[in-house]
Design a protein around this ligand. Sequence first.
Ligand code: NDP
Ligand code: MG
Length: 387
Amino acid sequence: MKRITILGATGSIGQNTIDLIDRSPDDFQTVALTGGHNVEQLAADARRLGAQLAVTAHEDRLQDLRDLLAGTGVEAAAGHKALLEAASRPADLVMSGIVGAAGLEPGLEAVRTGATLALANKESLVCAGPLLLARARASGATILPVDSEHSAIFQALVGEDTADIERVIITASGGAFRDWPLDKLKTASLAEASAHPNWDMGQRITIDSATLFNKAMELIEAKELFGLSSAQIEVVIHPESLIHALVGFRDGGLMAHVGPPDMRHAIGYALNWPDRRHLPVERLDLVKIGRMTFRDPDEARHPALRLSRDVIDAGGLAGAVFNAAKERALDGFIDGGLGFLQMAEVVEETLDRLMPEAAPMVDMSLDDVLAMDAKARRVAGEIIAAL
Ligand code: NDP
Ligand code: MG
């Protein structure tokens, strides 16, 4: 039986994780669940799974959470400190499913205790990869990728020597606008950007898929997890989303990971690791699929990939600038003040202004990351205001 904590339990990753736990109740014991605004879902899951602790990120939702959990024996708490407390309660596995840089500190706490971190929150690796990995090395914690492409690479590397990797190829669905002409993209609406053709995910990552910022972050994630240079990481548009990633070895062999676009595979792989157990995902019928297609991404339409390669080459706090500027620009698009294509303009301009300050460093501290994150959000806000 594994003791498990789920950070971001009310989100898309969190709910898929809970779906798998519900199907194997004898394999998991729930320690803590955290959420944000959706305290109704949080309380229902905490009660059903018999969690010790339920935490909402928002203090103003605490009374509702307490009322919903009255008489159940589940502790209720709220706020930043309570999130860190949830992440550091003794557990075997912590699912990091909060969206955005808000997932960094709880993830660091989990790793500090030595728990295995099932990492969906790619922003932690983008803004502070070296810090997270150093903390894991210090405590002996294992980090298991949950992002489907990185889970695919991780699985293709079982039994292999990473020194033999020549390249990895990460596939991209192309997102909601993969077939739209460039001039139409300017006026793409929030509703249109929030509808993914293949994957059912949270709103922010769905919009990031349409701008290819999600893929751009995944390049940085791959660099951090597998120690690759930007030249070793390729991206190919694969509209069917059946091959998630491929690893090319020095002898020319190419290992592909193939599966349906269902996050429960990558989540379940991490939950059961190092074992493989039955998972309720569709079994692919290759003859029915018939063919799979691939094409180059159009980097002129989507500067995100080019920007992320610059960030990888720069190192240091460049990832913190990139992630914070992207999150601020995405807020602007969701709030309605910023156009779809302007998101990339804001990120590029923020990087231009702050890159000279984001030099590589020997030891990256949390304070360094948080200070650069705050600064980049401020600068991106000024750029947006001046547009
Ligand atoms: P969702 O928006 O669906 O869920 C986010 C979760 O985080 C919710 O539980 C939400 O609470 C909580 N949350 C939001 N803001 C905060 C905050 N400031 N502090 C604490 N908790 C907060 O996101 P996804 O599940 O789609 O994504 C989660 C992470 O996983 C992201 O990093 C994403 O990039 C990554 N990922 C997701 C995939 C997917 O299939 N969805 C695939 C691969 C990676 P509430 O909703 O209650 O407000
Ligand atoms: Mg992915």
